[in-house]
Design a protein around this ligand. Structure first.
Ligand code: ZN
Length: 137
């Protein structure tokens, strides 16, 4: 498994939750302590510490302080995305294009409910009241 193809090796559910952590900005203090040795904290239901060891792009070892049994918990996945993002490997447009429409819709609804700023941008852009609809005619 490498930093570039980990998405093919992780359960879809963990992948989605991890990506949500990353995109919400829940990954903090991401630091390469030593070459290839990454550390971060991630704010889930509690704050967990994640360690990831890379050799070149190969993921050699991962650990997380959460009680989750799976090798790649959602926190590890979140940090993998953060490392990938740090290296400029997450292409925003590619990422958006790769998300199935229903999931994107779900994401927009969830985040629009949680983030006032995001909701406002969306409303400003898409909310056409009855009047502006009439104007368009
Ligand atoms: Zn974890």
């Amino acid at each position: 498994m490498t930093i570039e193809n980990f998405e093919q090796h992780v359960e879809l559910q963990q992948l989605q939750k991890g990506l949500a952590f990353y995109s919400k900005g829940s990954v903090h203090h991401l630091e390469e302590k030593q070459p290839g040795n990454w550390q971060a904290t991630i704010a889930g239901s509690e704050v967990y510490r994640v360690n990831i060891t890379l050799k070149e792009k190969e993921v050699l070892a991962v650990s997380c302080t959460c009680p989750h049994e799976a090798l790649h918990c959602k926190h590890v996945v979140g940090v993998l995305y953060a490392i990938k993002g740090r290296s400029g490997k997450v292409n925003f447009i590619e990422l958006v294009n790769s998300i199935p429409e229903a999931e994107l819709r779900q994401f927009v609804i969830a985040h629009g409910s949680n983030y006032e700023g995001f909701k406002n941008i969306l409303l400003a852009h898409f909310a056409s009241g009855p009047l502006s609809g009439k104007d368009a005619l």
